[in-house]
Design a binder for this molecule. Structure first.
Ligand code: FE
Ligand code: CA
Length: 507
């Protein structure tokens, strides 16, 4: 092809001009130190796709340490750990407005397949991560997952994550309190990078503080995760747009917190915040075996009833009439309708309801209830359990966290009526490291609530579930001490749920 000098100059100018107008300048970078200090992650697995995540941050605890320019990141997905067989690869841009995070959705993959992935930026190469796609739509093969929540960094080491990383799993589910926005509790083993967080920079540094933990990084690099959030990703006991202490400007704080959550989680780009909202509730299918309905009980909920004077947030109260108001919602009406439809449309053997907190009623001494959990929204809970009930051939398991205690419960449409049938089985995980309630409190839970089979707030850890066609095997996995980095793991209780027979049974 013959190009005159004049036309070459013209076309070069056009290309340069074009790229200057239509694309941001991509920096050619060399990093002062490793930009992958926050590790890598994968998540939101589907039968044909999985999300790959990283965030470039050579100086993670001080804002990341990069100039505010987009940076090119190459990614590779292989069928083997040595990357001989590269199946997909591509280039993504780490944008400064999302703290140089990368959310790649690798598509066109095979179901129930193991993959390895890594990232390249400048001269730097990330560690290698392992991930796995969801089973094919018709699969009834067994499916193994763990769920966990509440990892207060100051109160304990993430030893539970190190043990989880060694399990044989298809998926990890995290139910919220991934970070804590403020310090509380006793017997700290280490300190946050700063005090309570409010601004976008603050939240980014807080995620960085948690994500520099080697055990947490290892667990992310070993399995795909599905994540939802609870209150501490923003502020203790917040409800929709109201802070616990009724602080002004709370929406600006929530916007910052939501954005930082997106920036640090293996969520697809479709979850990115939009006008201050983030839709994270969604369903995941694991063959015909299970549908996971992942809920968000924070963003759309009505305010907690009967708070302490001059406060928002929760309270422990003897019944107040407002609590039973049928117009109250914890999921918001749109999500409630979505969930009803998602349950109705599901063809799965098991519907797993993935949500933040303990769903079973917990009547406390003196007929009191804690208003931040489902007990503050009993009509909404009843609607949910009625939707779960009465679908022949289908069984529901509810998983939760938040209360920093294991709890194994029967779920009933009416907890106060002994003849009300059991409609689902609930397993509440304890915390990875957050301090639990006292033995006295837990004993009172059990005394007043016959539908609670087991409760234990003394142990930290997670729950492992093996879903089979006819039976779910559930193991409460607990570390000896969250205060000791290399402590061992044990199974402290085991349950089964038989298909067609709602309610956990001791194994
Ligand atoms: Fe918590
Ligand atoms: Ca919580």
């Amino acid at each position: 092809m013959h190009i005159t000098r004049r036309s070459f100059l013209k076309s070069t100018a056009a290309v340069l001009l074009g790229s200057a107008v239509s694309q941001p300048a991509i920096a050619r970078v060399s990093f002062s130190s490793d930009p992958f200090k926050l590790g890598i992650a994968s998540g939101s697995p589907r039968s044909e796709s999985v999300v790959l995540w990283t965030r470039l941050a050579p100086n993670p605890l001080q804002g990341g340490g990069l100039d505010p320019q987009p940076i090119k990141v190459k990614w590779e997905l292989a069928g083997d750990e040595a990357f001989h067989n590269i199946i997909k690869s591509g280039e993504a841009v780490a944008p400064p407005q999302y703290a140089h995070s990368v959310h790649v959705e690798a598509k066109g993959l095979q179901p129930a397949r193991s993959y390895w992935y890594r990232f390249f930026a400048g001269d730097a190469v990330s560690p290698v991560g392992y991930t796995r796609t969801a089973p094919a739509p018709d699969s009834l093969d067994p499916f193994r997952f763990t769920f966990a929540s509440c990892q207060m960094y100051e109160q304990g080491y993430f030893t539970a994550h190190r043990h989880m990383a060694q399990e044989d799993l298809d998926l990890v589910v995290f139910l919220g309190d991934y970070i804590y926005e403020h310090s509380w509790g006793h017997n700290d083993v280490r300190k946050h990078e700063a005090h309570e967080v409010y601004s976008l920079d603050d939240y980014r540094n807080r995620y960085a503080c948690y994500k520099t933990d080697a055990d947490l990084q290892q667990c992310h690099s070993r399995f795909p995760w599905i994540v939802t959030w609870d209150d501490h990703e923003v502020d203790n006991d917040y409800a929709r747009d109201r802070a616990e202490d009724l602080e002004t400007n709370f929406i600006a704080r929530r916007n910052a917190a939501y954005q930082a959550f997106y920036e640090h989680m293996p969520l697809s780009e479709s979850c990115a915040p939009h006008n201050g909202n983030m839709r994270i509730y969604q369903a995941y299918d694991f063959g015909r075996l299970a549908r996971f309905h992942v809920l968000d009980d924070r963003q759309y909920r009505d305010y907690q009833v009967c708070p302490k004077p001059g406060m928002g947030g929760s309270n422990v109260i003897a019944d107040c009439a407002e609590r039973n108001d049928p117009k109250r919602t914890i999921l918001g009406w749109q999500q409630e309708e979505w969930l009803k439809k998602s349950l109705k449309d599901s063809q799965a053997n098991w519907d797993v309801i993935v949500q933040q907190t303990l769903m079973a009623q917990v009547e406390r001494p003196g007929g009191k209830f804690w208003t931040d959990g489902w007990d503050g929204y009993p009509a909404a809970r009843r609607r949910l359990l009625e939707a779960v009930n009465g679908r022949p051939g289908r069984d529901a398991i509810v998983v939760g966290g938040d209360v920093h205690a294991y709890a194994v419960c029967d779920l009933k449409v009416d907890f106060n009526d002994k003849s009300s049938p059991i409609v689902a089985s609930e397993f509440c995980g304890t915390s990875i490291s957050s301090e639990g309630p006292s033995i006295k409190q837990i004993n009172a839970w059990k005394e007043n609530n016959p539908h609670i089979h087991y409760a234990n707030a003394e142990a930290r850890g997670y729950v492992k579930v093996v879903l089979g066609k006819e039976q779910a095997d559930v193991a409460l996995r607990s570390i000896e001490s969250e205060k000791v980095p290399d402590s061992k793991i044990n199974t402290i209780a085991q349950y089964v749920v038989e298909k067609g027979k709602p309610g956990p049974q001791k194994a």
